[in-house]
Every structure is written in structure tokens, then in C-alpha cells.
Ligand binder design. Structure first.
Ligand SMILES: [Zn+2]
Ligand SMILES: [Zn+2]
Length: 363
């Protein structure tokens, strides 16, 4: 069988359509026909060579939903259900080693230093090639953890659970206290920020505030958050004033960075109450250090700062459940759909922040 895929052959150059042949696969592998492939903000960085993990050539795309073409031997999903042809599935994009300290002792598998990720650090140079989602088909290696999905939800909607959704859930799952009754400020209204805002609201946050700079994105967010602040209309001082007004002058219980820009932390520290928690989720590529006062920002306020790196299967399941229970909301997040051969346009659209969420759809 032959399948087309969009390949990054050199950093900074457009993806090119290539064809790959799939012959026999290892026992436990699953060959999947791609139904939806999310275009993540990280893909834009990866294509430029800004992610130190990425080799070329590579088929980009780490967010996928697909339909099973073939299972080699037997394979069960994480609920113990056998996987069969025509099943609709989603999977954990990362493969961990299950042997290192993080996998076995710390139980923080997403931090496994040997983690391999579809579309990020798995080259298409060697057989079975199809290890990224910007492709008509994907080969899921035997180690991949898979979840069968119901056919009720559009693949282009549920794919939002894959990377931004799962990472959002990793952030919220890492909180020491439940979200019930908390005031949450989310910096950034991209797919990650919106997912966090919707999930925080679903999990009982009393007030969710989002800060963003794109009118289109803010207007989508407005429908399901309590307060949206446009940073192009309000100065940093004015935004802080609004947050203090909402919180009886204390500041937010939880601030979540989802902008992808380290500079956002300088504002975030000022929006947080004493003893609050700061989750830093959006910064996914190396950036310049930022100056902050350890005494005033950190110690005097007694805050907790938690870096959030990628996600595990647990978070993927949480994200799928959130999308399934709020599918009408998440449908609206997918503002731009592309065909596989338009992958370069899709990347450009995400880079220019035109799309809230762009998805390559294969129907
Ligand atoms: Zn991603
Ligand atoms: Zn490991």
C-alpha cells in the first residue's frame, strides 16, 4: 500500500508531498487511515528548526485521529477493548521507555528523557516512515497507547484533545487543590489557552478570566469565560486593576501562562494572589531568559510556580472526556480546515494567528 505525506526535508523550507510504501509491519502495530491532523503552534517552530529535538526528514503532525486499516496480530486499547479495522481511535503521541527513573519510580512518564514523539522527533527516513500525522496514513508502533473513540464526534473536533487538550489537562491535573471556587486567569487565547479556560470552567472554577490580543479569538472565548481582557485595548496596569476588582484586591488564585512567550510571566506574577499557583504551559521552545525579582515575585508572595511539559495518556483521556462533554464549544474552536496538500498554507495560517485551531481534514 502507498500513502502520501507532507515531509519537512530541510528547516525553513516548504513541506513537500512524498509517497511511502507500507509492506509488512511488526506484531502489535496498527496501520491507521488519518481522519484529522491538528496543526499545532509547535509545528510552526519545528518547521523553522527551533525545536532542538527534531531531525529531518520528518513528517510533521503530532495530533491525530484516525480509522484503523489493519492490526498486525492483536492489540487492545487502554480500556482492554480489542482494536479492529474500521475502529476510530486516538492515541498518546509520545512513546516512553518504561525503564527509566521517571517512568518507573517518579511516575512522571511524560518527563521520560527517552520519550519519542510522532511528528516531533521520529524521522521518516527509515521504515515504516509514517510517523507523523500530516499523512494519509500513520503507523502506530506496538508501544503506542491507543483509545477507541465513539463515532459520535467529528474527528476534526476531537483531535483538539490530542496535544493542546492533553497538555491543558496536565496543567490542571497538576494542581494541589481542586479548581472548585477558584479564580483563574489564563494568559493567551490560542488553542491551549481556550482549552484550559473551558476545562477550568467545567471543573468548577468560579471565575475564569482570559487575556489575549486577537479580537477574533477573544470573541470566541467570550462565549464561555466570565471575563475577557484585550491587551491591545487595556494597558498592563488596567488589566491588573480589573483582576484585582474581581478578586477583592487579592489577585487570582491561579494564573496560567498559555501564550508561548516567556515575557508573559512578568505580568502573570503581578496578577497572582499571595500563596497562589502559577502554571507555565505555553513555552515550548528555547527562549531568552527573563528578569524577575526572586524576593518580590516569588518568596514574599509565597507562590508556587509549576512548569508543565507535554502530557501523558492520563491527560489525553481527561481531554477526550472534556471535548466529548462540550463538543459544541470545541467545534467552534476549529476555525480553519485544510486538505493535506495545503499543509504549508495551514502552517502559515497558524503562524499569522488567523486560526484559532487549524486542522487538516481527510474526508
Ligand atoms: Zn502540539
Ligand atoms: Zn522512561
Amino acid at each position: 500500500m502507498r500513502f502520501k505525506a507532507m515531509v519537512l526535508e530541510a528547516f525553513g523550507e516548504p513541506l513537500r508531498m512524498r509517497e511511502f510504501e507500507i509492506r509488512e509491519l511488526a506484531e502489535g502495530s496498527v496501520l491507521v487511515r488519518t481522519l484529522a491532523s491538528g496543526v499545532c503552534g509547535s509545528d510552526v517552530h519545528i518547521a523553522k528548526g527551533e525545536d532542538p529535538r527534531t531531525p529531518v526528514p520528518i513528517i510533521l503532525g503530532h495530533e491525530g485521529v484516525g480509522e484503523v486499516i489493519e492490526v498486525v496480530g492483536e492489540k487492545k486499547d487502554i480500556n482492554g477493548e480489542p482494536i479492529r479495522p474500521k475502529d476510530r481511535i486516538i492515541w498518546n503521541r509520545g512513546i516512553v521507555c518504561k525503564k527509566c527513573y521517571w517512568c518507573t519510580v517518579a511516575k512522571q512518564r511524560h518527563l521520560c528523557p527517552n520519550r519519542k514523539v510522532y511528528g516531533i522527533n521520529m524521522t521518516c527516513k527509515d521504515y515504516p516512515h509514517l510517523l507523523g500525522c500530516y499523512s494519509e496514513a500513520i503507523v502506530l508502533l506496538p508501544e503506542v497507547e491507543v483509545l477507541r473513540l465513539s463515532h459520535d464526534i467529528d474527528p476534526c473536533t476531537i483531535v483538539t484533545a490530542s496535544c493542546s487538550g492533553a497538555t491543558a489537562m496536565n496543567a490542571l491535573d497538576s494542581l494541589a487543590e481542586p479548581l472548585v471556587g477558584k479564580t483563574v486567569v489564563v494568559q493567551g487565547v490560542g488553542p491551549l489557552g481556550i482549552f484550559i479556560a473551558v476545562a477550568a470552567k467545567s471543573l468548577g472554577a468560579s471565575t475564569v478570566v482570559v487575556i489575549g490580543g486577537s479580537l477574533e479569538r477573544l470573541s470566541v472565548a467570550k462565549e464561555f469565560v466570565d471575563v475577557s481582557l484585550n491587551r491591545r485595548e487595556l494597558s498592563e496596569e488596567e488589566r491588573k486593576k480589573r483582576v484585582l476588582e474581581i478578586t477583592h484586591n487579592r489577585g487570582a488564585d491561579i494564573v496560567i501562562e498559555a501564550t508561548g512567550d516567556s515575557q508573559a510571566l512578568l505580568e502573570g506574577f503581578n496578577l497572582l494572589r499571595r500563596g497562589g499557583t502559577y502554571l507555565v504551559t505555553g513555552v515550548a521552545v528555547p527562549q531568552q531568559p527573563i528578569p524577575f525579582s526572586v524576593y518580590e515575585n516569588l518568596v514574599l508572595k509565597g507562590i508556587t510556580v509549576q512548569g508543565v511539559w507535554v502530557s501523558d495518556t492520563r491527560h489525553l483521556i481527561q481531554a477526550v472526556n472534556i471535548v466529548a462533554s462540550r463538543s459544541k464549544v470545541f467545534e467552534k474552536l476549529v476555525t480553519h480546515k485544510f486538505k493535506l496538500e495545503q499543509a504549508n498554507e495551514a502552517l502559515e495560517c497558524v503562524e499569522q494567528r488567523k486560526a484559532l485551531k487549524a486542522v487538516i481534514c481527510f474526508e
